[in-house]
Design a protein. Structure first.
Length: 286
């Protein structure tokens, strides 16, 4: 009987260690879910043009996302870069351009949908390092093009990119809007896999609380009350930890992916008003 339990215990330990090894090896495949190109580049450009976008190109003429085309004769006062969640691609997030873009007939915001390395047709490998490096380059490129303020939207995993860039480039980021954000990816993963030593294993930690300690600008947060992915508690924890100007909105009955984002919901205007009315000297200005 003793031998039986020793063999059983050994088997359990080996299975557990094997599970830990598999998770450690495949963790980025469990975090990032890039979509492949929806169509050839020329077809995508045509599709983008039909909904008011054009390719957003870097200094090497490579597409890094999609740039909203302002109405004729209008130059929006502010620029918003959208960092999307861990699945799909930038083109899927047209709702942010619609929501912010309709305010004052397009005079308030011009939206830039940023694409991650390894997503859609953009070359590269998804990781915290590659996302932040590419995001920083995009912010710095916009900063050299003109003096309009730059704001960031971070959706779910994209909240990690937005917070990291705000902390890294605080003088270039005028404010951030976080949609269903988390406080720490390690805590989210531990919530879903409590039996694994997640925090010791993660390569990409995405610690939003730590990142925002180096930022002082306005932070707007949308919380999904029934968030089954990052949990509302994680969004609340991040919000509570931030010491700068902040405001939060709740979609009480929403799950992680069902926050109501109809173009004419009042929260678009409210978020916009909150972000652009904080005009303290440490922020960039037009």
């Amino acid at each position: 009987m003793k031998r039986f339990f020793l063999v059983l215990l050994r088997s359990i330990v080996l299975i557990y260690l094997g599970t830990v090894f598999i998770f450690g090896s495949l963790q980025r495949k469990l975090i990032y879910f890039p979509s492949r190109p929806l169509a050839a580049e020329n077809k995508m450009a045509q599709l983008a043009a039909s909904v008011g976008f054009e390719p957003w190109l870097d200094a090497h003429r490579q597409r890094i996302g999609w740039k909203q085309v302002p109405p004729a004769g209008v130059q929006p006062k502010n620029r918003m870069i959208v960092f999307h969640g861990n699945a799909g691609c930038a083109f899927d997030r047209e709702q942010y351009a619609k929501g912010f873009g309709h305010l004052q007939q397009g005079a308030v915001w011009q939206t830039f949908l940023f694409e991650y390395p390894g997503y859609d047709s953009r070359p590269g490998t998804p990781s915290q390092e590659s996302f932040c490096a590419a995001g920083r380059a995009a912010v710095e490129q916009l900063a050299t093009e003109d003096s309009r303020p730059i704001y960031l939207t971070g959706e779910s995993l994209g909240s990690g990119v937005a917070c990291a860039l705000a902390g890294d480039l605080p003088q270039k980021i005028s404010g951030i809007f976080l949609m269903t954000p988390f406080a720490s990816l390690g805590e989210v993963a531990s919530h879903h896999y409590p039996w694994l030593p997640i925090r010791l294993m993660l390569h990409d930690r995405w610690d939003n609380i730590a990142a925002l300690r180096k930022y002082q600008g306005p932070v707007a947060v949308m919380i999904a009350g029934q968030d089954e992915v990052v949990t509302a508690a994680q969004s609340e924890k991040l919000y509570a930890s931030y010491a700068g100007p902040k405001q939060r909105w709740f979609d009480t009955d929403a799950t992680h992916n069902t926050v109501s984002n109809s173009t004419f919901l009042p929260w678009w205007q409210e978020v916009s008003d909150f972000l652009i009315t904080d005009t303290r000297p440490h922020l960039s200005s037009p």
